[in-house]
Design a protein around this ligand. Sequence first.
Ligand SMILES: [Zn+2]
Length: 557
Amino acid sequence: MIKQDVVERVRFETDIVELVGSYLPLKKVGRNYRGLCPFHQERSPSFYVSPERQTYHCFGCGVGGNAISFVMEHDKLDFPEAVRFLAKRLGIEVKEDAGGRHKGAYEACEQAAQFFERRLQQSETARGYLKHRGVRPETAKRFRLGFAPGGNRLRGEARKRSWPEDDMVKAGLLVERGEGLADYFTDRLIFPIMSISGRIIGFGGRALDEREPKYLNSADTPIYRKGDILYGAYQAKAYIREQAPLLVEGNFDLLSLTNVGVNNVVAPLGTALTPNQGALLCRYNRRVVVCFDGDEAGHKAARAAIEVLLRSGCEPQVALLPSGEDPDSYVRGHGRADFQKLVADAVDLIDFVLAGRKFRTVPDERASLRELVALLRLMSDDAAVELYANRIAERFRVERDTVLRAARREGLKKPRPVAASSPELEERVVAAAVQSGELAQAARDLGVHEIVADERLREVARLAAERCEEPGFGPAQILDAIEDESLRRRVAGWTFQQDVLPGVEEYRARVARMRAAWLHGRILQAHADGDGARAEALTKERGELLRGAAKERSSRS
Ligand SMILES: [Zn+2]
């Protein structure tokens, strides 16, 4: 972790015009600079950089962000890498937060990985095994595969080279076994597990004989938590922004696909997909294609993964493999083209759930309908819920509203904000808040972050509310906190709209009207729920709000 004040300094001291200008020629036009977009092919320039806002935006392809995200996008770096890169340009020394504390454990992992790699080269058996599984030497190298021999050889190597033993223990590589420290991995093929920035943080080991367990993973350590990272995420990250990530079950599925040049592949580490892993994928791409084994167990695991992905805000699809096949066997048997076709034919969750089902009776149909509605309840995006509801309604020939009502009836714990104003107005209100600390404070006081119907605008409003009193508040700062790329682009785009920001009084009045309309909706809802006390409290709040607005109007005239 890079220290927060380093991030702040990098953001403050980097001049985006100078930075972008070092990548492409820029010309001053009015208050902004313009050039040919580096992210799409174009003849006339539609890529703009704002020195005032420290943001960029392309009117052609929609990319946008601040200095850090420019470097991330252009050079395919992750956030810490981009900050380090910019800090280096500025001559700022990067202080690491947690990395420093666990430096020894990281080093132990790296040393062990190199040791295992060397051992792989020396082991006929291990190399023979890889060959038998069809893993090409380039692939083995890219994933830094290794071999852990038997007989405490790592311990011996650590002593010979005076690597600190307690770091080896901290990294889970040596363990206490009765008569002293012993190697954790013995006689196993080794899969180093890398963090998203490519540091080795743990290992997986596969037995080369019939030993149990077949797979052994590092236990959790201070630098490695199984549920936080995906196998192959580091190697896949340059690809999965453009191509939907493929989620496969096994390490060999991933290696066989990499063998044939399919690079957008990740695998959970021998467990069911966790919410953190889902969130990690979602940061790169909302679309995720689940490609699990074509048997009963694979089907079940895919179903569980879909639920996790939906909760993370992803839009999962499923590539259906023929029964008895896994991605490894399929791509080795049929080749890359057939596999790609299978991925291109991936179905959405409705077709996945209903695949192979025959409805003989109404109760059968109702059970499947209920199952799908339960999945809709996991979605956070209103538009997505409606689109899926359309499809479900068509499949079962029921009214769309029936599906929607069922989806919204119980599952949604929080009451859905009733749209109080047009989406355009909401967007303008949030856009203004992002660009001015004064307006952001007004927005916070009137709770814009709760009244806006669009979930993603709410997120931006919440960020603005949290940070509006920090020094240097502005779009460039907010952009760093937004992990979703499309949302970041939208926010960056706001800073290039011609709109003049409203005065704070006018803004306050506009938001107060929005809030009053929102309260009105909630009052009706409270009555519908039979919650008289809540209705009364809300009515009181609305009355005060309207009286305040009237008073302000009269004092101004
Ligand atoms: Zn562009």
